[in-house]
Design a protein around this ligand. Sequence first.
Ligand SMILES: NC(=O)c1ccc[n+]([C@@H]2O[C@H](COP(=O)([O-])OP(=O)(O)OC[C@H]3O[C@@H](n4cnc5c(N)ncnc54)[C@H](O)[C@@H]3O)[C@@H](O)[C@H]2O)c1
Ligand SMILES: Nc1ncnc2c1ncn2[C@@H]1O[C@H](COP(=O)(O)OP(=O)(O)OP(=O)(O)O)[C@@H](O)[C@H]1O
Length: 542
Amino acid sequence: MLCVGDNLIGHIFELLLDTFANSQNLDQLLGIARLANQIWTHYHQIVGIPLSGYNFYEKLQSWWPRSSLCNAMGTIGFMLPCLLCLDICKERDRKISEGPSYRENNGDDDRTENLARRSNDQSEQCCGSNGIFSHEVLQDGESDSDSKCLLKQICRKELPMDLDSNSMNSCSINHHFIMNSASFKLSWWCKGDQSDQHKHDIVSFERGNITTAERSSKQISLKWETRPQTVLILTKPNSTSVRILCSEMVRWLREQKQLDIYVEPRVRVELLSESSYYNFVHTWKEDTEIMVLHTKVDLVVTLGGDGTVLWAASMFKGPVPPVVPFSLGSLGFMTPFHSERYRDYLDSVLKGPISITLRHRLQCHVIREAAKNEYETEEPVLVLNEVTIDRGISSYLTNLECYCDNSFVTCVQGDGLILSTTSGSTAYSLAAGGSMVHPQVPGILFTPICPHSLSFRPLILPEHVTLRVQVPFNSRSHAWASFDGKDRKRLAAGDALMCSMAPWPVPTACQVDSTSDFLTSIHDGLHWNLRKTQSFDGPRDT
Ligand SMILES: NC(=O)c1ccc[n+]([C@@H]2O[C@H](COP(=O)([O-])OP(=O)(O)OC[C@H]3O[C@@H](n4cnc5c(N)ncnc54)[C@H](O)[C@@H]3O)[C@@H](O)[C@H]2O)c1
Ligand SMILES: Nc1ncnc2c1ncn2[C@@H]1O[C@H](COP(=O)(O)OP(=O)(O)OP(=O)(O)O)[C@@H](O)[C@H]1O
């Protein structure tokens, strides 16, 4: 990157701009804007303040009046980094001259005991200069954290979150493209491993000694850098207790915490039918607005069971804000927070720091035999638990050819196959005989459903592989793919499903920490290895 000249960067931007100008696909526009933003930040970081930024800015200015509304919206995403370049540098200089006071203290009084003690310790140990931003964790690259933080701060200052749910005008839509949520910092924490936290080499082999630096099982701590201002509350439908809790929580968050609140359209109607007091609650009208929710929302609260967490994850097709899952369901594997103590928990979460679990997701593409090119027909689907390919209502055995990075793995003959995340390892995959895996372990579980073979054991594959499950051309029936138990798609002979790890995990807040929460849920939820203890006086409960 260091030897990349202005010209090449200019070409890249030109190429991006052209693609941008010709695209009408909102997903693609967002992707390009993000890419441009990243290139710009890296370039700026390495080369200093390039005057060519002004050239780029001029180019955008001239192009702007010719663009459609849709493209113009995205242009803001391009322009902002240019406009902020100088401000960022000035701000960075200011911070250097001011010294450590910049790192604000996020408060520490009456928070929930467990959460606070644990998180504070972790923060002391690893925040500060070793902190990393969420996107750095995902990309494993070094980036200018301060500038991104400032970018967000400035955006919020200039474009306040005063959206009225009934007046979603073009101006309000414009700022959806701009990073607008509270900034936070993520940092690793691992017992006895406080040094070398920022090594980016996965394996080092200095003087013949092979050591590994990046271990996926480290606990991650989130510390707010700016106060969260907007909360999205998602609720399980048709439950009176959830409805009562929701209205109580909305009132509390508004009156005690002065937060902006978003809910689904259905919930807003429910709240308004209760009282016109809830008029301040925001929602959305069009599904397209959901695609930019992550730029408006600092925190997501779910009230329900695991299904509501899956529902929340499915709403975010890209980055996901931190999720605080409250348990109002029957099992609650992913919902460690008890609803009775919601005030204490939310108080603590809003102050931070909090331990989080980055729950990896799988990105699934259905590729039709009839399609002209690989990704022509269907949007990718992100799953938090699993994608299942099964026989549906057909009484024939499924016959699925499986490939891993283009190497033939096996042919599944049985009821079907589950490709699961480690978070989903305790769901359908478990019922089909798969192992339970700690959610911080990045891997893909390959679990057959009722295989008609005595020797077909489940596998766990590394996180970097791409799996392809193909319905053979001579298949006797169709197969069906379903995503987190929903949205069934028919796979005809020749169709395939591609599956790989998605770059956007779901960060869920922990009640204690990732490991403790996982063990609590397998003990309390599944009664794992519960057995009476042997004793001389007869069996005893453990
Ligand atoms: N035989 C089975 O065990 C079976 C069959 C179909 C679907 N499922 C699971 O149901 C999920 C959909 O959940 P839903 O709530 O929308 O449907 P649902 O209401 O039918 O609930 C399914 C059950 O699975 C539990 N569950 C969901 N995710 C879990 C997880 N990660 N760990 C442990 N338990 C979990 C839920 O708590 C719930 O009790 C699917 O993703 C699939 O994993 C399981
Ligand atoms: N906001 C929502 N809108 C529409 N459907 C939802 C929403 N939240 C949850 N669901 C669906 O409602 C169903 C039940 O939700 P959930 O699993 O949370 O409750 P539960 O079954 O009582 O709890 P548990 O999963 O712990 O057994 C799921 O199929 C889920 O997909």
